[in-house]
Design a protein around this ligand. Structure first.
Ligand code: DAT
Ligand code: MG
Length: 138
């Protein structure tokens, strides 16, 4: 067993489309535990820290602007290999390419939305999870 914690964000599109409950349902149905949860209207500085690795990339500004459009639900999720496991539940970054059965594959891109509108964020490593959990849950 490698019990880990990861940060999941339901992005503004997921909150606006009332998919937060469905996303939490899938996390729990998989056997993972929600150990903390909060709704946040993030300020730009928090998003700049969250997405620091992407600064300078062409999609960075549209991504940050999109994340400022509305509240997000931040969820601390625990479970065996949950960091990798949640990213499998989420599906690949581009919802057009995400497999059916995944969150992004089932719900993403239904109206020709941009790639950043892909419903969820999930940490990608133990180090990012620690950093991101510290950023969203102080
Ligand atoms: P992920 O969210 O799957 O970890 P990422 O960390 O590479 O993906 O990128 C962060 C977010 O930025 C991603 O959820 C959506 C957006 N994004 C990534 N690549 C993009 C691209 N080529 N065009 C537009 N948006 C992109
Ligand atoms: Mg990422």
């Amino acid at each position: 067993m490698a019990v880990e914690e990861t940060l999941v964000l339901v992005k503004p599109d997921g909150v606006a489309r009332k998919l937060s409950g469905e996303i939490i349902r899938r996390i729990e149905a998989k056997g993972y535990s929600v150990v903390d949860l909060r709704m946040v209207q993030p300020e730009r500085s928090r998003l700049e820290q969250h997405y620091a690795e992407h600064q300078g990339k062409p999609f960075y500004e549209p991504l940050v602007a999109f994340m400022l459009e509305g509240p997000v639900v931040a969820i601390r999720v625990a479970g065996d290999r949950v960091i990798e496991g949640f990213r499998v539940l989420a599906g690949t970054t581009d919802p057009t390419l995400a497999a059916p059965g995944t969150i992004r594959g089932d719900f993403g891109r239904d109206w020709g939305l941009a790639v950043q509108q892909n419903l969820v964020h999930g940490s990608d490593s133990v180090e990012s999870a620690q950093r991101e959990l510290g950023l969203w849950f102080d």
